[in-house]
Design a protein around this ligand. Structure first.
Ligand code: GLN
Length: 307
């Protein structure tokens, strides 16, 4: 496996330099686009890593998985009164559907949906920024995880689109807390910084029926785990979720920091990172790495069940 990871990274390295880092968040525009890392954690605890797998990066929308998990843990099924679990077929920061659909976001993994989730969590936690940081520390088993305040502040200064979504939802009665306060929480969640190795631990419960590999803590029930994986498979890569299902065939979640986490249910959690993005805001080289790996190992969840 180690040899396979190294050889896939070597194969795709010539492509580094294609794509664009997320320059709409000025603090992310300075990241070196030629970095590339991958980590894989088996449900038996075996960790593989290659390239820049220990380098921390801005997790951005990967935090939407943690926000959803936090909301499920205290709100359960009631959260679906506020948003759906259907793919959007739209860009992650699109406003068009929201107006048509009376301020009810399609799913928790587009920005509008993640903002509603952040609003739900804001109602529940006295210190939402710290609660999320602590959840991510617990899941990754890394007590040093922090939010990069320069990135969070930069996003807040350039919040026009996210603020528009939140105020539009407020106008439909689907936003309950002070918009500016929720935006600050949301940006701090996006600005959490973690490496591929941290994140494979962080989402290991999704490969392991809801239980963390370290500490044996139950995060979600097996049924809730399947449901989160299903939403990742249908909406985790925004308007490119279909392409990701076609090319990779795994539940996945991307972020504009260039990270993508993916899950081979019952077997592995994965994280690949390369900061330059394609036109849909997903890591260009990261997608190719996951495609090669999944093809090589026959991991698509759409392949025949092998006993
Ligand atoms: N913080 C980013 C935003 O709100 C997250 C987007 C992403 O990673 N797709 O625009």
């Amino acid at each position: 496996m180690q040899v396979l990871l190294e050889s896939i990274l070597d194969e795709v390295r010539p492509l580094l330099g294609q794509g664009q880092v997320a320059n709409y968040i000025p603090a992310l525009a300075d990241v070196d686009p030629c970095q590339l890392g991958i980590a894989m954690l088996g449900t038996d605890g075996t960790l593989y890593q290659a390239g820049d797998a220990d380098t921390p990066f801005s997790i951005q929308s990967i935090s939407k998985v943690f926000g959803l998990v936090q909301a499920i843990s205290h709100a359960g099924e009631t959260l679906w009164e506020r948003l759906g679990h259907e793919p959007s077929g739209q860009a992650f920061n699109s406003l068009v559907q929201l107006e048509f659909e009376q301020g009810r976001p399609r799913n928790p993994f587009i920005n509008a949906g993640a903002l509603v989730i952040a609003d739900i969590n804001q109602s529940r936690y006295a210190a939402p920024i710290l609660s999320m940081r602590d959840l991510v520390r617990r899941l990754t088993d890394n007590p040093h995880i922090i939010s990069d305040t320069a990135v969070a502040d930069s996003e807040y200064q350039h919040r026009a689109r996210n603020a528009s979504m939140a105020y539009l939802m407020q106008s439909f009665g689907n936003f309950h807390n002070d918009v500016e306060a929720v935006l600050k929480s949301y940006f701090h969640h996006c600005a959490l910084t973690a490496s591929c190795v941290d994140l494979v631990r962080g989402v290991s419960f999704l490969a392991n029926n809801g239980r963390c590999l370290h500490g044996d803590e139950t995060i979600l029930t097996p049924r809730q785990t399947q449901q989160v994986n299903a939403i990742m498979a249908t909406s985790g890569l925004y308007d490119e979720a279909g392409n990701f299902a076609y090319r990779v065939g795994l539940p996945g979640k991307s972020g504009v920091g260039g990270g993508i986490v993916a899950v081979v249910p019952g077997r592995y959690s994965l994280c690949v990172w390369s900061p330059a993005l394609n036109a849909s805001g997903n890591s260009l080289v990261g997608m190719i790495v996951l495609e090669r790996l999944s093809e090589h190992l026959g991991w698509s969840v759409f392949s025949p069940i092998l006993s």
